[in-house]
Ligand binder design. Sequence first.
Ligand code: CP
Length: 313
Amino acid sequence: MTDDRLRHLLGIEDLSAIRAEQILRSAEAFHEVSRRPVRKVPTLRGKTVINVFYEASTRTRTSFELAGKRLSADVVNISGSSSSTTKGESLRDTVSTLDAMQPDVLVLRHHASGAAHYIAQHTRAAVVNAGDGMHQHPTQALLDAFTIRRHLGADLRGAKVVICGDILHSRVARSNTLLLKLLGAEVCLAGPRTLLPHRPDALGVKVFDRIEPALEGADVVMVLRIQRERLGAPLLPALREYARYFGLNARRLALAKPTAIVMHPGPMNRGVEINEDIADGPRSVILDQVEAGVAVRMAVLYHCASEPGAELS
Ligand code: CP
């Protein structure tokens, strides 16, 4: 049960190590609920969750909807393309309009970095950031940590996690780096120099412009998508060249620990950042990540909206 609600989840900075641990533990209970024949508990009965998605999504959107429904909340989904945004309504007016309907949680995906912080100033509901531009994707980081713990054990101190690919444009990389460091893991970032962060020292991580030295001794290899839609300037000569020098293949994966797991937040560019045989191979936990997404989002909604003392299930 939780006695102190999470006001918002806008970024990993909203979490202490203790709160992150509480959410991950609640997610364990909800993971079990999601494997029952009847996958529903009354925990958020009478609560309202509105999912507002201005950007395309398969995993995050579906799992937030399932999470709310499995907790018995009333769930409403709005997409940018079918909302009054297409008639010129501003984000501020959309949020004020939704706020007047007394939701308990607003889940927002938006193409603009900072959009979740912005709407949090204009609603009484708890706001959960479901991905804002190139900024953060905190529930993705929580589900990734949840998945890693299920494979490596609950104590991540000293575990080596290598995040490979388009780090510069990745909200997943930023949220994962912050959360994994909070949980005590060693984080390494690897990618072409043009797709690495400009100030890696500020993140407190090791940065590599080749993938091979980064992979040595890794416990976890997290591969990121090349975000073609965010590659404004020509930062990469060609995707074929990227695959040749940075794509995860069997030869490169052999540099990691024999027990290392392979992760990808999805959607994947098969044959670009990850080879087919690795994506579908025995060390891939990519579909475990998807399953974890429902449990972790149930836990986040529970921590944002449950009544004090409410049981998990
Ligand atoms: N990982 C992730 O955010 O996937 P979607 O864009 O499909 O939600």
